[in-house]
Design a protein around this ligand. Sequence first.
Ligand code: ZN
Ligand code: ZN
Ligand code: ZN
Length: 378
Amino acid sequence: MTTPAFDVGGSVATRHRERLQRAAAQARETGVDVMLVTPSKDYAYLLGYAAPAMERLTCLVVPADGNATLVLPRLEEPLARHELGDLADELEIVPWAETEDPIRTVQTLVGSAGRVAVQDQMWARFALALQAALDPAQLVAAGPILSSLRRVKDVDEVDRLRAAAAAADQAMLAITGERLSGRTERDVSTRVRELLLEAGHDEAGFAIVASGPNAASPHHAAGDREIEAGDAIVLDIGGFRAGYGSDTSRTAFVGEPPPDFAALYEVLRHAQSAACDAVRPGVPAAQIDRVARDIITDAGYGDAFLHRTGHGIGMETHEEPYIVSSNAEPLVAGNAFSVEPGIYIRDTWGARIEDIVVCTESGGERLNTTSTQLYLVS
Ligand code: ZN
Ligand code: ZN
Ligand code: ZN
């Protein structure tokens, strides 16, 4: 079982109150006076609902000290109150009417703060207007503050990731059980999206189907190529379920794989499994990349492993921590990320194996539970 990384327990309102407090504390620690969070995954993480990003400004104002205020268009207020539930009592809610200037409202709330952090995806029109209105305040990115919270998943988040992974596994098993030869990559990709939804995803995010020589391109877009005997097929699929992402890759082969492909695949399988086994708190992210890369390099495929070993996953498919040789940050319990080494031989074939792994006190827990074998298909 997973050791609770950060068990906040209690009600949804409690969980989000706690997140707001921790965001404020993190702002304080990094010398930020106030944080401005517009609709985004960060906003949903803090408040528990997704507000629309649009031309009318919605902005959560989180001071390093004191209570948060939600500035929003009057017509969005009923939705916000409904979604916030008990959390609405913790916030000051300041609706603005169609003829009012919300930048002025935010300006008043920010006051004379010297360092103001803005959400990474805030629209430029708002960021520029705020920069002018708040002059001479220094505007900085809020990304590092919010990502330091979001990269450590609590028990509820890990449960959601596990459910999303199970749904992706179900779709993967279904597609690798179908006849794939004679179908185009596009047909198979469309079928995978159907299967992702059938398995419980709310959103079928992506379905890479890379066959034959296309399998040598890690982010190949499924196209008109017809799958045939002798093809390796990289299937990389995922979506969103209850707000959290799935992302898994398996490699299939049409017919009997030739010895050189089978040998390459065994190296990859060994590298991926060793990297998963190396996960535990305190191990630098770079070390996980190194474990996989050393095995692949020692077998002579070093140049064919074209990308980092993995990426964090949560409310976004790609987020921190990144499992890359330049990232010395030590893993902590609650980190969730992909371990997905690949070997790509240009114009010939390729293979990738990808699992989502959660770092727990006692080591890595794989959320994807399908076999990492080469899937032999017809
Ligand atoms: Zn990718
Ligand atoms: Zn993937
Ligand atoms: Zn991935």
